[in-house]
Design a protein around this ligand. Sequence first.
Ligand SMILES: Nc1ncnc2c1ncn2[C@@H]1O[C@H](COP(=O)(O)OP(=O)(O)O)[C@@H](O)[C@H]1O
Ligand code: SF4
Ligand SMILES: [Mg+2]
Length: 370
Amino acid sequence: MSLTALDLPRTPVAAPPVLEARSLRKDFWVKQGRRMLARRVPLHAVDGVSLQLVAGTVTAVVGESGSGKTTVARMLAKILPLDGGELLLDGEPAPRGRPRTYTRQVQMVFQDPFASLNPVHRIRHHLVRPLRIHHLGGADLEAAVADLLRRVALEPPRHFIDKYPHELSGGQRQRVAIARALAVQPRVLLADEPVSMLDVSIRLGILNLLADLRDREHLAILYVTHDIASARYLAETIMVMYAGQVVEVAPSVRLTDNPAHPYTQLLLSAAPDPDRAQPPSLAGSGAPPNLAALPTGCRFHPRCPHAMPICSRRVPPSVAVASGHTAACWLHVDPAQRTAAGEDGELPPDPAGFQRPASTPAGTRHPEEG
Ligand SMILES: Nc1ncnc2c1ncn2[C@@H]1O[C@H](COP(=O)(O)OP(=O)(O)O)[C@@H](O)[C@H]1O
Ligand code: SF4
Ligand SMILES: [Mg+2]
């Protein structure tokens, strides 16, 4: 898959979000220690993640394995209950539990298309079922199924409708999984690493299908990936996660051309080849922290080549480094304020509302720009 020769994505759209997440938090309680000494400790998988999904746009969540991407997507789908934060659908608090009124609007596509389809059932069954459950498709279910297959470019539909999942290629199976999600006429599609288990040669086709659904059907799409090159190709906005937190958000071209956070810079340095089949290797640059025993201050500080004394003592605020571009890093805080915060321990109560002093225009400097 070559992503370099293709058009760059459009710029983010300023419109009210269909689905919004505010300060999501998820702790998994896991056993630590041996036998009699074992105790349950919280693993802080997601901590304070906020995002907005807008109709007709793709938002990518990028990060290494274990950074909390899937957990965020599963919370948005209400597959996992929230331990903190809130979800808003069209600006209103999302309903409690996981009612059909919600799941019909917010659908998830999983990483492994083979595991997500039932091997004993034909494709027809997979697509008829959601139509029946949600009372959709009208009188002619066969025609509705054929229409779904066409919408994901499985044509002619009669070649696929009576097949079993194992008779299809990985890419075709993922198209069926996407068709199944589309069956209930969702407004939000949460695609969790939808191409990472597919052959490199067919990944671009699935990414283009998602782009098509964004443009043609005006879906709000969350694209979860470890591959920042594909995020740049597909998404208008990229959100970078590290150890359960968002460390940088920006329009995708801006973020990949001018990464402000050292972790984003590391991710980009490990992603020189968009044709790679394997996840990027950050070997040699340390490992993500144990989420049950997080480093103090900036969670990235043990790996950061720019770490300063304050980084291990104080959580960095999220700072605007340019219009629509924020990074949670002390490098982008005015040195005087950094010193004051580090020495006096005086930090603003809410990092999200952190204000730069008027004398320091937000954002203009990137560490590599001198
Ligand atoms: N059901 C679970 N029980 C315990 N730990 C979990 C569970 N699901 C995820 N985790 C842990 O939460 C962290 C984030 O996982 P995940 O969201 O899957 O990350 P990613 O998708 O970025 O690879 C990881 O350390 C993972 O092991
Ligand atoms: S806050 Fe400090 S340790 Fe964290 S990324 Fe920025 S410079 Fe590196
Ligand atoms: Mg995942």
